[in-house]
Design a protein around this ligand. Structure first.
Ligand code: ATP
Ligand code: MG
Length: 469
């Protein structure tokens, strides 16, 4: 009987797949020192799903100071929460393992209500304070035994996200779990369990109290997931979407009038879905037409949205700033939304070079990707060729290939030389001359030599008011 049980457990253990040797070393280090230790949380979940874990977590009854003493290289990343990062020797993967002392209660992690951490003695208590059943499993790789008091393995097979314990209470403790539920489901292609879902809908208003940084992290992960479309509609249905992005509320019932795309919100969510999985690009996609309801005009010739891209850029940047995106991310979203109405047929090589100089190559690719997503989200078939966008992409490759000078600071003449040739002191005249040269070089990159630029500059000086020559 005993033998049979052991063999079943080790079979289950083998199913979890290989654990990196260095993670096993940390585990064995704790065990040899007489402590309990388990792999826990996301890595167990991912391994059982046959996915590569993002990071490896170990739970133990050793206290943080004991963990620090046990291993040579550690970092006190989350001492407040009982977490010590154990660092691998250089070059070894994974580079770190998080070792966390068993806890009784996670409390609320919101910065405004710092959690009081109470250490626990056993893994069961530790699992009970975790958020979802599929995140509340532990695994002992030595014995090949899974500790799964909440039925996480069964929920993995049913592909559902279910709160550990009483959902309403768990979401009251930490409202971020409501967003984590949707994010986790979007990443894994799971659905929310019924009672968990109902509890979120009841308590959705609590997301207003979360720190914006925590909301941002979950929203960006939702957007980067394979299924943002499902997740965004789920957020809408659960009454959370417009709390996070109130700018989208007017789109909810704003008619789009395209086959299969009844409302503007349908169009925006689809655009996000059809963008490549870069979360910032997808946020730009989600917000690109956000100002249509605010700019709509009905004239004799039909419906117009004059300036919606300008107003929309402002609104999108405001949303991104509120969500504490970085300055570079805010600028990216702002410029993509502002430029999303570009006419591919009218973009010249000079225009392309200017874009490359101002925004860089990734931006240009994203702008084109946004347009393709926008078209598809308006009901065009995914495989419908767009000759103008195709031409633009070809020209982009060619322009990149010519290695042209794209920015003022890359001109073959520097400001100092311009001052000498023109015989003027430092000042606005120098900038104006450099901009003149830049324009000419954008038109014809072969002009970017010292001799040719100097000649151009002499010509330019003769045209200046007050020129004597
Ligand atoms: P991934 O690393 O892929 O994002 P993960 O499940 O490891 O997934 P983490 O944020 O690294 O997610 O958290 C590690 C574990 O800590 C989770 O699996 C879960 O058990 C627990 N956990 C994290 N955040 C919370 C929370 N807000 N409430 C309760 N438990 C949590
Ligand atoms: Mg993790």
């Amino acid at each position: 009987m005993f033998r049979l049980r052991r063999s079943l457990e080790s079979k289950e253990g083998r199913n979890i797949g290989p654990v990196p040797p260095w993670v096993l070393e940390v585990f064995a280090g704790l065990r040899t020192a007489g402590y309990q230790a388990y792999l826990v949380g996301g890595c167990v979940r991912d391994r059982l799903l046959g996915r590569e874990p993002k990071d490896w977590d170990i739970a133990t009854n050793a206290r943080p100071d004991e963990v620090q003493r046990l291993f040579e290289r550690t970092a006190p990343t989350g001492l407040k929460y009982g977490t010590v990062t154990v660092l691998a020797p250089p070059g070894v993967k994974p580079p770190r393992v998080e070792v966390t002392t068993f806890r009784r209660d996670i409390g609320t992690e919101d910065q405004r209500h710092p959690a009081t951490v109470e250490y626990g003695d056993n893994i069961e208590e530790d699992l009970a304070r975790r958020d979802f059943t599929i995140n509340a499993m532990a695994w002992n790789p030595q014995e090949g035994q899974i500790v799964d008091p909440w039925g996480g393995h069964a929920d993995l097979k049913r592909r559902i996200v279910r709160a550990v314990g009483e959902p309403r209470q768990r979401f009251r403790e930490d409202a971020l779990r409501m967003l984590r539920a949707v994010r986790l489901a979007a990443e894994l292609g799971f659905r929310l369990e019924g009672r968990t879902r109902a509890a979120i809908r009841k308590q959705a208003a609590d997301v207003d109290r979360l720190s914006r940084e925590r909301v941002r992290d979950e929203l960006l992960r939702i957007l980067a997931s394979p299924d943002p479309q499902w997740a965004l509609w789920e957020l809408e249905d659960l009454q959370m979407l417009f709390r996070i992005l109130p700018e989208l509320r007017p789109a909810r019932n704003f008619p789009q009038g395209k086959p299969g795309v009844p409302t503007l919100l349908d169009h925006l969510i689809r655009t996000a879905q059809y963008c490549p999985p870069d979360p910032v690009l997808r946020l730009a996609g989600l917000l690109h037409d956000v100002a249509k309801p605010a700019t709509v005009q009905l004239t004799g010739e039909g419906v117009h949205f004059h300036g919606h891209e300008v107003k929309g850029a402002e609104m999108a940047a405001g949303a991104a700033r509120r969500l504490r995106l970085s300055r570079a991310q805010v600028e990216r979203i702002e410029s993509l939304v502002r430029m999303h109405m570009f006419q591919a047929a009218t973009v010249t090589r000079k225009g392309l070079r200017r874009w490359l100089g101002e925004h860089g190559q990734e931006w240009v690719r994203q702008l084109i990707a946004l347009r393709r997503a926008d078209n598809r989200a308006s009901g065009l078939p995914a495989d419908q060729p767009d000759p103008w966008l195709d031409r633009l992409e070809d020209e982009l490759e060619e322009v990149l290939h010519e290695g042209a000078v794209l920015r003022v600071q890359d001109l073959a003449l520097r400001g100092r030389e311009v001052m000498e040739i023109l015989g003027v002191p430092a000042g606005p005249q120098v900038g104006a001359a450099l901009r003149f040269l830049h324009e000419r070089v954008l038109e014809d990159p072969s002009l970017n030599t010292r001799e040719k630029l100097a000649a151009l500059l002499a010509e330019y000086a003769r045209g200046l008011p007050g020129a004597t020559g």
